[in-house]
Every structure is written in C-alpha cells, then in structure tokens.
Design a protein around this ligand. Structure first.
Ligand SMILES: Nc1ncnc2c1ncn2[C@@H]1O[C@H](COP(=O)(O)OP(=O)(O)OP(=O)(O)O)[C@@H](O)[C@H]1O
Length: 357
C-alpha cells in the first residue's frame, strides 16, 4: 500500500493512495497555554511555528515532530511513501527528510518529487508562501525553466490584515479570521481599473463581513440582512485589490514579477518549438480557488505573449487537493527508491532517480 503525503508549507494532505486525504496544518501553535501540534483547525491558534520558510523546508526537526502526530496509526514499515518536497529545497534538508522517512519511520520505499505529475503542459502552483511555474514535457519537469515568485496566500492574508487594521479594526492578532475573510470575499477582477471605478461609484457592490460573535466564524452580510447591532467589516476595494497582488506585486512595493509574467518567463526558458505544447496550463494550489482567476490569466498571457499562442487555463474541481491527487498517480507510473537502495546509495541516488534540480 502507498501512503501519499503532500507536505505543503501551510497544510499537510495525507492519506492512502486510493482514499481521500486528511488535512492537518503544518505547524505547531498554542491555544492559551496548550501547545498544539499539527492542529485540524487554526481557529484561535497563535504563536505558530512552521518547518517551512518561503515555501522551502528549513527545519526538518520540527517537521519530524509534526509527522509524529500525523503518522500516528500508520504502520510505516509496511508502506511505500510518496512525498512532495519543493524545488529549491537545500540538499541538506532533502537529506534530512530522507533520514526521517527511512531511518526514523522505516518506510519500505520513497518517491520524493517536487510536485505532482503532468504529462505535457505547465503547472502553476499558487500556494501559501510562494507560487511556482513548472513546465513539463512527456511527464518530466524542465528543471531549468521552473520559475518561482515569492507571492502566495500568506502574503495576501498579511496584506489584507495590514489594510483592515489601518482602515477599520485592529486585526493584527486575527490571522485566521482575516484568512477566512480573504477566502470567502476576495475574487480576481477581469479589469482591475474598471472594477475599482465601479466599486467607488456604486457602494452596493461592496462586500461586507459580519465578524464572529459567540464563538462562530462570522459570515458574509447578505443584501437583505441588517447591520444593526453587528460588527461589520467593509471590504471596499480590498476584495479585488488583494488578489491583484498576484498579478502586480509592484502595487505593494515588491520587486517580484507577477505570476502572468513568470509563466511567460518560464516558457521562454524552453525552446520555442515546444511553446505550442505548453499552452495547456493547470492552476493548482489553495490560492487558485479565487473566483475568475483562470479568465484573468488568459487575458494576461494574451497581452504579454503576443505570439499568436492560444492559452488554455484549466482549474481543477478542487485546486487545493490536486497536488495530492497527482502525487497518488505518480506511484502508478514510477517506482520508488527502496530502503535497501537508500542505505546503499543515499539521498544523492534519490535526487538522481527523480531528477531533482
Ligand atoms: N477559497 C480560497 N480562496 C483563496 N485562497 C485560498 C482558498 N482556499 C485556500 N486558500 C489559500 O491557499 C493557501 C494555501 O495553499 P495550499 O494549500 O496550496 O498551500 P500548501 O500546499 O500547504 O503550501 P505550499 O504550496 O506553499 O507549500 C492559503 O494561503 C489559503 O489561504
């Protein structure tokens, strides 16, 4: 049997290959005085410590502690493992991850890959701390063309938190709530400047959030609902300005390229004879859930590429779980490195076998 572990910077998605994955937050936090490892909900959790920084595993010791909690109940020595490990993870951390897999948990075999499986096309993973553009040809990633932008869901949540705290309520300690508001109320605009003007002219287009009372999560204010006696957060232009940062990081003073430009940069790193093959682009990862994101990407690429290419942006039904699902398919097409091979040849062999950049 194969256990599939999508080890995201924000959440771990874990489950046997044929089943549905369980989700755990990839962190250690604190609720009042109690320390919580890999919580199932982050409502009220603060002082969060994560093993990843900027999307890269940097603290394998902390990661091992979190694995101990999530792997409870599995007999690891009877299982093959497919685990994700982001591109650009330093070799020492990859090595420590392999040590955890084989020496601490004694899995039978390991497939360690940066992301899921795509035959030909581009995967754009819009994750928590970064967004990664990965071109694939015939099932293999083109490592030299992989492009990463340090813009992801975490940055968007922090930006929203800062803006709300500056304009309305002090929510600097309410990360989980601001994150929830972002996920429920933000959407990608088709034409940012036009929609900004419309929002300024027509206040009825603004979206509002009723802040939590009595331990609930709060909810979006409905058109017929009265604001009386409720603490209401007005999003104003933030409902479109926050996801806009994915396309224009310079709006908030960052020097990173927008993700549309990053896709075009990744394509240019591949010989132009393959461009036609790379026009099928899959949008995955939690931040791909923003409504209308696929249409906006299509317009962006049409404007940037000017090469008569027609792009086809596909958003799977559940972008957050796509990576886990594709990892579970990897085990059908590739064979893992066994424990014996690892002890004989080490992490270098795993890197070689799975063509790590
Ligand atoms: N419906 C939604 N709308 C907007 N953003 C969302 C939505 N659902 C999840 N997200 C955001 O997606 C981000 C997490 O994405 P994902 O689950 O792909 O991360 P991860 O795989 O754990 O991390 P990474 O890919 O960076 O290693 C969070 O910032 C979360 O707020």
């Amino acid at each position: 049997m194969t256990l599939v572990l999508d080890n995201g910077a924000y959440t771990i998605k874990l489950g046997l290959a044929e089943s549905e994955p369980q989700v755990y937050y990839n962190c250690i936090g604190r609720i009042k005085k109690e320390v919580i490892v890999a919580p199932r909900s982050i409502n009220g959790v603060n002082e969060v410590m994560r093993p990843h920084e900027r999307g890269v595993l940097v603290d394998p010791g902390l990661q091992s502690k979190i694995f101990k909690k999530v792997l409870k109940g599995y007999v690891c020595s009877d299982l093959d493992l497919v685990i994700s490990c982001p591109v650009y993870t330093p070799f020492t951390c990859r090595k420590q991850l392999d040590e955890i897999v084989f020496e601490e948990y004694e899995f039978k075999s390991e497939i360690r890959v940066p992301s899921g499986y795509q035959s030909t096309g581009i995967i754009v993973d819009l994750g928590f701390s970064a967004s990664t553009v990965m071109p694939y040809l015939d099932g293999f990633p083109i490592n030299s063309a992989i492009t990463r932008v340090n813009v992801g869901g975490k940055l968007l949540t922090n930006y929203l938190k800062e803006q709300i705290s500056f304009r309305q309520y002090d929510m600097r300690d309410e990360t989980w709530l601001v994150n929830l508001v972002k996920e429920k109320l933000c959407s990608v605009s088709s034409n940012f400047m036009n929609e900004l003007k419309m929002l300024q002219k027509n206040k009825s287009l603004e979206r509002h959030y009723v802040l939590p009372e009595f331990g609930d999560d709060g909810h979006e204010l409905q058109p017929e609902e009265s604001k009386e006696g409720k603490q209401v957060l007005t999003m104003g232009n933030l409902s479109i300005a926050v996801p806009e940062v994915l396309f224009r990081p310079s709006d908030i003073g960052l020097t990173d390229a927008g993700i549309g430009e990053a896709i075009w940069m990744a394509m240019q790193a591949v010989p132009s004879v393959y461009w036609e093959d790379l026009t099928n682009i899959l949008l995955v990862g939690g931040s791909a859930n923003f409504p209308n994101i696929e249409n906006r990407f299509k317009d962006e690429l049409r404007a940037i590429s000017n090469d008569g290419l027609t792009f086809n942006f596909i958003k799977p039904e559940n972008p957050s779980f796509w990576n886990w699902k594709s990892l579970s398919k990897v085990s059908e097409v590739r064979k893992g490195v066994t424990k014996e091979e690892y002890f004989e040849m080490g992490s270098e062999y795993i890197d070689w076998k799975f063509q790590y950049s």
